[in-house]
Design a binder for this molecule. Sequence first.
Ligand code: PLP
Length: 403
Amino acid sequence: MPSGETDHQAISRRAAAISESATLALDRRVKELRAAGSDVISFAAGEPDFATPLVVVEAAARACRDPRWHHYTPAAGLPELRQAVASHTGRRDGLELVPEQVLITNGTKQAVAHAFTLLLDPGDEVLVPSPYWVSFPEAIALAGGRAVPVPTSEATGFRVTPEDLDRHLTPRTKALLFVSPSNPTGSVYRREQMLAVGRWAVDHGLWVVCDEIYDHFTYDGAEFNSLPAVVPELQSRALLLNGVAKAYSMTGWRVGWLVGPRATVEAAANLQSHVCGNISNISQVAALAALEEGASAAAEMRTAFARRRSAMLEYMDRVPGFECPAPEGAFYLFPSVRGALGRMIGGQIVETSAQLAAVLLEQARIAVVPGEAFNAPGYVRFSYALADQDLAEGMARLLRLLG
Ligand SMILES: Cc1ncc(COP(=O)(O)O)c(C=O)c1O
């Protein structure tokens, strides 16, 4: 605190309790090292490395020149984009959705924040299967709720069961967070597992908040399913969160959406109208082009991810002390590194996955996210969203240090 500042000038307890995103902090450190001339290879990024498809960029460039897009538009989103999201999601799930069930948001992150603000009163609890993505507990806390981690393990492929959920249910439980494919584990639920979890949520009168941002990324014959499509009784109590960031390599464009019951989406639109108004029109036009014309580019990127995943799994097999089951989705591997701990690495004894990640960065110039960031010490997250040659060089460095 700068000297002379008195208590009444301090920021709120709620804001002060929010910590920096561990993944963004790591990203900052990688950029610092690179700026200082170090050729760091990053397995830490949660974003595709491809340029945004040209059809999308060209639609945005045309929109920039059209004065129609230079002014405020409806806070809930451009009607044509809301329609496109309704059709796209409805087609995917075999459901009839209308544009009034769609709110366009500033990336999926804002849809996450809105979902919890919409659902939670002070002290309400959300069941959060763990390991979990860093922003979920913070978004829940900011909305006045309490994140209740539900531990999962490799034995169930990091998937929760009704029995796991039962152990954490209280009279304050309001919602279940459901993320499949998952960040950080890459796990994908089977349809019958979703039936069990979805019916459990129905039986307990809970909302489900489904983060579906990795819906395009499944491998080895695994299939994406949306929870309310598998358990239709959930349709009046489900919020689906998604966006263009991962599937179309558009992380910087900031377009996501929230799909849910009409009345809830209307409330969300009111909320958004006071928080930020409409999302950039140029980005919304770009997102529309992605949904209407980006399918083949998205499929090509997915093929590249499948190839990199296979290469990474082969490398992982050769790293002493790493155990890496093959995740069926997203673009992450989440090996247990416990077998590599308690050893001398790079001149020091490494006891934790956080220390291991630090040694890898400082001594092998490769960046990975330690499991501690996801409530899972003993694991490390490797993203394979990087160029094939970087991936090969990064894994060679890892093997040199640990091999
Ligand atoms: C599970 C999950 N949800 C949401 C997001 C954020 O997506 P967006 O860039 O659309 O805000 C991410 C990004 O890493 C994520 O992993």
